[in-house]
Design a protein. Structure first.
Ligand SMILES: Nc1ncnc2c1ncn2[C@@H]1O[C@H](COP(=O)(O)OP(=O)(O)OP(=O)(O)O)[C@@H](O)[C@H]1O
Ligand SMILES: [Mg+2]
Lengths: 313, 247
């Protein structure tokens, strides 16, 4: 079973490597945006799904990565990939003091604190010289979108594999324990603060690494484009729909929602958001824990039914 | 006699105007089973909260193996060898029964696999093995009580604080729990139980009984001494303990 899984995984990744160069610009963008959101959803899933700290501001790190890259590209001769990497490092480093500070807050206070943080950085980017103010920064045009695509594919694959590892590790169990009951986890020997901060660093590094690619893809960054709450909301909706705190949830939800929203936006540009919101709500009414757990439950029911039959033969 | 494992030294804890603990002192030795009895609100849970690091004392000292543990984080205290259960069971409901127990085992096992193996042993011992792969939310109240004990035991503690593990159990289950507590001694684990009015069992399994009332220790002695103390039984249980334990 596991060997088949690894095989399928390798085939899918191989297809994702070979198809886009042959695809036209529209599909290439669709592939890129889908992978971007899948990876963002994986980033959000660690702190919010596994550790249970709902964040509405992980876009902070996405914007940070985008701006760091834009500054590197416009002010130095370095390539954008270095900028994007630096964006990830800066985000991870920023997440350390921020995590110790913000993760004292709980529930809605943490969620709103993170939302406020993203707004604060947006305002800062709007008013500082180095970030180009409200105009933002313009990157060299004629960029090669394929390099951005591969960068994002690599991060998405790493995020998926990393999530699988977390889900099968002591670290993952500790996160889930503190998500369920922080005080009980502590009295069972879990270093709750440290574990939460680790999770937060991972959930900051992933969007931090992705932001630079987005800046290069758009060929500009401004406060509205890279600190937008709607980026966070999409990643949140995808993860919840796919299955929060699961290995497959962000992938399933990410692929599904980006395709649906793409199709809807093309077909009903006016009513798009309304239909989209209604669809997400409807799905969640029927599958409150998301698609991945529902599939897992159905699978284990089938296995349970198959077992006695096997025993008889 | 060996040196005391735990020393609670003149501990006071107030909540606003309420003195939940008022100058409480007690000692517990290795392998000793001590029951703390007292009416509702006497301060039993508060005492456990302080020893396990969930709360800090307003004044006084707590020493474990000759070191003051006041101000230590709960996880540090847990790793040092003090485990506790909660009066109202608090399982990690969305995790499997096995993983609930594996969390505690991670203090001494490096990998998840080894922690789960250790957890399986504890589940065997506590009779929860058949439920290992079920989510903890499936457990009945009684099984949840047992899970509390199993999780704490997975820490391989030297001292186990059992907050009313017998409350709400049927007589048969109470006997099973009593056997479990007596076995702790063979494993070299000391236990303090905050015990509700299951006097029959308390008299039988305890080496020592401490009686708390309104945050004060009003008696501390062997079951026989406590039973003979007229203040204890009549003032706090409305009947003498000898009668209560016979019922
Ligand atoms: N966190 C808290 N905040 C305020 N008051 C508290 C707190 N914890 C305990 N108290 C108060 O301290 C006193 C002792 O409570 P505690 O829970 O320790 O008693 P107990 O002996 O465990 O009682 P029970 O048999 O009901 O479990 C009570 O008056 C209680 O209301
Ligand atoms: Mg209590």
């Amino acid at each position: 079973m596991r060997r088949i899984g690894i095989l399928v995984f390798c085939v899918v990744v191989a297809l994702l490597i070979v198809i886009p160069p042959m695809a036209n610009g529209y599909y290439r963008s669709l592939f890129y945006i889908t992978l971007l959101y899948v990876a963002l959803a994986y980033g959000w899933n660690v702190i919010s799904g596994y550790a249970g700290y709902f964040s509405f501001g992980q876009v902070t790190f996405f914007g940070l990565g985008a701006y760091v890259t834009a500054i590197v590209v416009t002010k130095t001769p370095l390539p954008w990939e270095i900028g994007a990497l630096l964006g990830g490092v800066v985000s991870a480093a920023f997440a350390v003091p921020l995590g110790y500070l913000m993760l004292r807050l709980r529930g809605p206070f943490f969620a709103l604190g993170m939302l406020g943080l993203a707004r604060t950085l947006q305002v800062a980017a709007n008013s500082m010289g180095i970030t180009g103010g409200g105009q933002g920064l313009f990157l060299p045009p004629g960029s090669n979108a394929l390099s951005v695509y591969y960068w994002t594919l690599a991060i998405a694959v790493l995020a998926f594999a990393g999530t699988w590892l977390i889900d099968h590790s002591a670290f993952g169990l500790r996160l889930q324990a503190l998500r369920e009951d922080e005080q009980v986890a502590a009295t069972l020997g879990v270093h709750v603060t440290t574990q939460k901060v680790y999770a937060f660093i991972i959930s900051a590094a992933i969007p931090g690494l992705l932001g630079g690619g987005y800046a290069w893809y758009l060929t500009y960054v401004n406060p509205v484009s890279v600190f937008s709450t709607s980026i966070d909301l999409q990643a949140v909706a995808m993860t919840i729909l796919g299955g929060i705190g699961t290995v497959w949830g962000p992938l399933i939800g990410g692929v599904l929602i980006s395709q649906i929203s793409e199709a809807l936006a093309a077909q009903y540009p006016q009513a798009f958001l309304m239909i989209f919101g209604g669809l997400v709500v409807a799905l969640l009414v029927f599958l409150p824990r998301g698609i991945a757990p529902a599939c897992a439950a159905a699978l284990s029911r089938r296995r349970a039914r198959a077992k006695p039959a096997e025993a008889r033969t | 006699m060996s040196a005391p494992l735990l020393v609670v030294d003149n501990v006071t804890r107030t909540f606003g105007g309420v003195r939940a603990l008022d100058g409480v002192s007690l000692e517990i030795r290795e392998g000793e089973i001590v029951s703390i009895i007292g009416p509702n609100g006497a301060g039993k849970t508060t005492l456990f909260n302080i020893v396990s690091g969930v709360l800090r004392p307003t004044s006084g000292d707590v020493r474990f193996m000759d070191r003051s543990i006041v101000g230590w984080s709960p996880q540090r205290i847990a790793a040092a060898g003090i485990a506790r259960t909660y009066q109202i069971a608090r399982p990690f409901v969305r995790l499997s029964v096995l993983d609930n127990v594996a969390v505690g085992a991670l203090t001494h096992e490096r990998t998840l696999e080894r922690a789960r193996a250790a957890a399986r042993e504890v589940l065997e011992m506590t009779g929860l093995a058949p439920y290992a792969d079920r989510p903890a939310s499936d457990l009945t109240i009684t099984q949840r009580k047992r899970l509390e004990a199993a999780r704490a035991l997975a820490l391989r503690p030297k001292l186990l604080l059992l907050d009313e593990v017998m409350a709400g159990l049927t007589p048969t289950e109470i006997d099973a729990m009593a056997v479990f507590i007596e076995q702790l001694r063979e494993r070299g684990i000391a236990a303090i139980g905050g015990v509700e009015h299951v006097m029959r069992v308390v008299m039988k399994i305890s080496h020592r009984i401490v009686v708390l009332d309104f945050g004060k220790t009003i008696a501390d002695g062997t079951p026989a001494e406590i039973a003979a103390d007229p203040r204890v039984g009549e003032a706090y249980f409305g009947t003498s303990l000898e009668e209560a334990s016979a019922s």
